[in-house]
Each structure stands twice: as structure tokens, then as C-alpha cells.
Design a protein around this ligand. Structure first.
Ligand SMILES: Nc1nc2c(c(=O)[nH]1)N[C@H]1C(S)=C(S)[C@@H](COP(=O)(O)O)O[C@H]1N2
Ligand SMILES: [Mo]
Length: 354
């Protein structure tokens, strides 16, 4: 793993470790934490469901498992800071880690549908947002505050949002949110709250720092340290994105036929429709073969064989989605003070010898 920070622990797999892996193994799944990792006793742990509901609930893990149908789905998590390194090359982003393309991973998640739990509690009229609260406290939030966030009720009741206790068929690891986490397929990773303790139905989005202040796109010229709650654009569904995973950036190769591989991902109700690779900075493109996704919430891997000439070549990749949208060309057109959602064309340089 490439460790950006030991305390709190933030690490991503190197690109080659994600290549061709439809599901990411637990030891290579990226890890994004804003505070110290809680150590919760699963037998003492309870989930509170409260706010604008007819029947507030307090549920143990056994009650959750016994009370609702079990659901398993494959979903990609992607941090809004994925590929921030491309922004840092444009302009420095103090205080934020320079994530490469590995702040995204895919797992098979098992749990219950949040929709079923909310139906059992009975949502009241006016419950427009579902807020999540965890116990881990972040020094980043000013004032210090436990981690939280929210999603609109329409997404929370759509069925695919899970309260998950297992990952790749194993008990959820502590670093990924044990005993229970939210998994919001198609939305930025920040909404998939780990170490979940409380689900609150409310009229407004969460006022938590990580919803109201962070994870928002501010205008390029604004000072992020002066951002007030509600400033900027709140991030929800993941922007169409892709990355080249092989060959490695900077690789020295024999000239001739080389296989280029990577991932592509479109958030929420969009899917990846086409993947293009260019050897001439985007003047001409070759289509890559897309592997079928493991369901509607999973990334897709792709591969294409190209004929690399001698010398240095820039390899460029871009995805298209099912709405006909494609990725923006340049990171500098997207740069924002906190460095979120860099979904510009991915580029690597390789050098070929005879
Ligand atoms: N309680 C809590 N939940 C959290 C976070 C956190 O710091 N605390 N980080 C969020 C962010 S920004 C991301 S991208 C994902 C990362 O999940 P992972 O560490 O399992 O990959 O968890 C989200 N859930
Ligand atoms: Mo994130």
C-alpha cells in the first residue's frame, strides 16, 4: 500500500494491484480515515434509528440480521479525493493527501437494505434526508466533531443502500467500519459512513462538517479555510472517471505491442458505455474492450493492445457513459481548493527502447 498518512491511517493500493481485479482483496482495498479508528464491541454495539420516524428503533447486530432480509451486492467505493495528485501538479493543495488513482476499490458487501430498516421505523412526511453518525472524532473539523453525513431520502430508500456487516464474505474489518457501515453505491465514498451508530430522518441535510463544509466544490479562487457551512457545491453521485493501471507510469518497455489496462466507473444510475485510449494526446483514439461489470454498482476493467513506437509516448484514456457524456480533457479546468472530483482524462508517459 502507498501510505499517505499513518495517523489517521490513509492508504491506497498501487495501480498494478488493482489491475484486472474485479473485486479488490481486503488487504489492498483503499483506506480513508479522518480520525482514529474506533474499536467497537459488536455485542454491546447498538444502532439507533430516530428523527422523523413513527417508531424509533434500537437494534443489536443480531436483531438487524434476524429482522430484515439479507442482501449482497458488488459495489465500488470511490473517494472524492481520488486522483487529487493530478490537481496538485496544477496548483498545490495544502493539507489534503495527493491520492493517485487508487482511492477507489470494489467489494462484495453483505448486510440489510437501509430501505427495509427505514420502512420498519416508518418515515414521516418531511423526512427528506437520512443522516448517519459515527463515533470517530476528527481534528480536521473545526470545532472537533464526530464523523457524519447524509443522503437524500430518495437515494436512502432506493434499495441498493446497505447497512453492511460483511465484505468479500468475511466479517467487516475494523478499518472498514466494523461492526456496521453504510454502503451508498454510486455516491462518493464519504457518504458510506463507517462504524455507524445512528440513522436520523430529518428535513435538512446533515449539518456535520463533512457534509456541510468539506466534500464540497468551492470556486477556484476561494479560501477553503474560510468556507462556511453550505458554501460550494455538495458532492453526491460519483463523476464519470477512469484510470490507467498498466503499464506503470514511467515504465521503460520494449517497443511494439503492449497491453494497456485500467478501470472506468460511472456513478449512480449511469454506466460506462465506451472506453477510448490515445497515443497522440487525443487526436486519434482506439476503443478498449470493456469487461462486463459485476452488477450495476461496480466499476469496469478494460484492456486494449497498442503498438508503441520507440521513444517517449503519452498514453491517454477517457471513458464515455450511457448518457453520452465523456470526461473533461484537463485537470486545470476542474481544479478546486479542496481537490475533489478530478475526472479529467488520465495520462501516463512510458519510454520504449528498441
Ligand atoms: N466514520 C467514518 N466513516 C467514513 C470515513 C471516516 O473518516 N469516518 N471516511 C469516509 C470516506 S471519505 C471514504 S472515501 C470512505 C472510505 O472507506 P474505506 O476506508 O473502507 O475504503 O469511508 C467514508 N466513511
Ligand atoms: Mo473520501
Amino acid at each position: 500500500m502507498v501510505v499517505h498518512r499513518a495517523e489517521p491511517y490513509n492508504a491506497e493500493p498501487p495501480p498494478y494491484a488493482l489491475a484486472d481485479q474485479a473485486v479488490t482483496s481486503l488487504d489492498t482495498f483503499y483506506s480513508r480515515n479522518h480520525g482514529a479508528i474506533p474499536d467497537l464491541d459488536p455485542s454491546a454495539w447498538r444502532l439507533a434509528v430516530d428523527g422523523l420516524v413513527d417508531r424509533p428503533l434500537t437494534l443489536s447486530l443480531d436483531e438487524l440480521r434476524a429482522g430484515f432480509p439479507e442482501r449482497t451486492l458488488v459495489a465500488t467505493l470511490q473517494c472524492a479525493g481520488n486522483r487529487r495528485a493530478g490537481f496538485v501538479q496544477v496548483r498545490d493543495i495544502p493539507g489534503e493527501d495527493p491520492w493517485g488513482p487508487g482511492a477507489t476499490s470494489t467489494a462484495t458487501w453483505t448486510g440489510v437494505s437501509l430501505a427495509d430498516v427505514l420502512a420498519s421505523a416508518g418515515l414521516r412526511p418531511g423526512a427528506a434526508h437520512i443522516a448517519f453518525t459515527a463515533p470517530d472524532v476528527s481534528e480536521l473539523a473545526g470545532p472537533r466533531e464526530p464523523y457524519g453525513g447524509s443522503i437524500p431520502t430518495a437515494k436512502a430508500t432506493a434499495g441498493e443502500v446497505l447497512l453492511a456487516w460483511a465484505m468479500n464474505g468475511r466479517t467487516l474489518p475494523r478499518v472498514h467500519g466494523a461492526p456496521l457501515r453504510v454502503v451508498v453505491p454510486g455516491w462518493i465514498g464519504a457518504r458510506s459512513v463507517k462504524w455507524l451508530q445512528r440513522v436520523t430522518a430529518q428535513a435538512e441535510p446533515s449539518g456535520n462538517y463533512f457534509q456541510a463544509v468539506a466534500y464540497r466544490i468551492l470556486p477556484a479562487e476561494s479560501d477553503p479555510d474560510r468556507a462556511r457551512p453550505g458554501d460550494g457545491i455538495s458532492l453526491g453521485s460519483v463523476a464519470l472517471n477512469c484510470a490507467i493501471l498498466g503499464p506503470a507510469a514511467g515504465a521503460r518497455l520494449r517497443r511494439g505491442l503492449v497491453e494497456v489496462t485500467g478501470y472506468a466507473y460511472a456513478g449512480d444510475d449511469r454506466a460506462v458505455a465506451r472506453m477510448d485510449v490515445s497515443l497522440d494526446e487525443g487526436r486519434t483514439w482506439t476503443q478498449a474492450r470493456l469487461a462486463p461489470p459485476d452488477g450495476p454498482w461496480a466499476w469496469q476493467h478494460w484492456r486494449v493492445t497498442v503498438d508503441l513506437p520507440e521513444g517517449e509516448t503519452a498514453i491517454t484514456a477517457r471513458a464515455w457513459d450511457t448518457t453520452g457524456a465523456t470526461q473533461p480533457e484537463q485537470a486545470r479546468h476542474l481544479w478546486n481548493p479542496k481537490g475533489y472530483a478530478n475526472n479529467s482524462w488520465d495520462r501516463i508517459a512510458v519510454t520504449c527502447v528498441p
